[in-house]
Write a protein that binds this ligand. Structure first.
Ligand SMILES: [Zn+2]
Ligand SMILES: [Zn+2]
Length: 175
């Protein structure tokens, strides 16, 4: 296992857990299979399919973050992570195929993930996917009900009024 990655991830996440171990292992897989180095530029994009502990490892190690726009959340609820190397124009998806059936303790499972070969933990597949849009700047609109400002792409029209998601009646929580 990569001790440096693990230490970095733990410091960022605040605790050690099997989910974080999966995230650390994804980073190892990305470096090994895609030949990229952990970097903090926006050329490497991650599309994560869950918002669990492992995503913190990806942010801490690979520098893919929400704020920079190179961490995209696509909630399928799967343990799947797609990385796009924009410079090289290639993408790979890593799907975690192991699960703890309960036969192992949490700690043993965590150690197993950290120390196994990348291919034992993930299905690694080259994929062709459209490049996500680079982060866009939206203008700000003031909600005509509550008076708070929100970015225009999140606004709704209700009875002819521009309203925010909090004030929009049919708003469903989440996505
Ligand atoms: Zn955790
Ligand atoms: Zn409002």
């Amino acid at each position: 296992m990569n001790q440096q990655y693990w230490d970095k991830a733990r410091a960022f996440h605040g605790h050690a857990c099997p989910g974080l171990a999966i995230g650390v292992k994804v980073c190892e897989a990305v470096v090994e299979k895609m030949g990229v180095s952990p970097s903090f530029d926006e050329e490497l994009v991650c599309i994560t399919e869950n918002d669990a502990c492992g995503v913190d490892a990806i942010q801490a190690i690979m520098g893919c973050t929400m704020g920079k726009g190179n961490l995209i959340y696509r909630p399928t609820g799967k343990s799947g992570y797609t990385f796009i190397d924009r410079k090289a124009g290639r993408a790979m998806r890593f799907y975690c195929k192991v699960r703890n059936s309960g036969a192992m303790t949490r700690e043993a499972y965590q150690e197993h993930i950290l120390n196994a070969a990348v291919d034992e933990i993930f299905d690694c597949q080259g994929v062709k996917i459209p490049e996500p849009e680079p982060a866009r700047i939206f203008s700000t609109i003031t909600c005509e009900v509550c008076g708070e400002a929100a970015s225009e792409n999140r606004m709704r029209l209700q009875e002819g009024k521009k309203v925010c998601l909090d004030c929009f009646k049919e708003y469903h929580r989440g996505w």
